[in-house]
Design a binder for this molecule. Sequence first.
Ligand SMILES: [Ca+2]
Ligand SMILES: [Ca+2]
Length: 71
Amino acid sequence: MTRSLITAMLLAMCSGVVLAAPPAFEDVDANADGAISQREAGAVEGLDFKQADTNQDGALSKKEYQAATKS
Ligand SMILES: [Ca+2]
Ligand SMILES: [Ca+2]
């Protein structure tokens, strides 16, 4: 009982860390074509694709992604 509670707490803490630091561009670019599609961007919690796509070409370059996710 106690052990599963501790595991649950650890998991909660770990997911908090993941949310605080956005995933690397290479991790989000699932098909490794050098751009993040709207679909790929959906995997990033809290990322506003339309706002991040500053040149509105329908994909996020590494530069756009980094600008959108920097804190
Ligand atoms: Ca891609
Ligand atoms: Ca773009």
